[in-house]
Design a protein. Structure first.
Length: 138
């Protein structure tokens, strides 16, 4: 189903929000990292491929991208990246310890960055689910 064409205005607003997040000033690598992790959690094959390639094009080495599913067990990611990944998982899995993670985020990110990051994570989940359920298989 060509859901982007069927509901052009609605889906267009989602993509405009995505563009707005990308222009917000938060480090694009952090946003792309969060989007790839969310896509992995949701199982969106298309989005995983897209965001892995995007991270590579942003200068993240392939061996680092390959370690993303096991990010908790490697030193490949810096403190901010680990916080972003922890926040992405907390939101995606609807974990109850979100308040503790939020407090850690506040030590490294501005309120604006936290809003943009959280918006990116929740929006990516919605885009993943649209793609998985309504798009033709890749």
């Amino acid at each position: 189903m060509n859901y982007k064409e069927i509901a052009k205005e609605t889906i267009g607003h989602l993509y405009k929000a995505h563009t707005s997040i990308r222009k917000s000033g938060i480090d694009e690598k952090l946003i792309a990292l969060a989007e790839l992790r969310v896509s992995q959690i949701n199982g969106c094959a298309y989005c995983c491929g897209y965001h892995a390639k995007e991270l590579f094009n942003l200068g993240i080495e392939q061996n680092i991208i390959n370690q993303l599913p096991g990010w908790k067990h490697t030193n490949a990611f810096d403190t901010k990246q680990k916080l972003v990944l922890e926040w992405a998982e907390t939101i995606s899995y609807n974990n109850n310890d979100w308040q503790q993670i939020k407090e850690k985020l506040q030590q490294h990110f501005t309120e604006r960055e936290m809003v943009e990051l959280t918006s990116s994570i929740t929006l990516m989940s919605a885009l993943n689910k649209l793609r998985i359920t309504l798009a033709e298989e890749d």
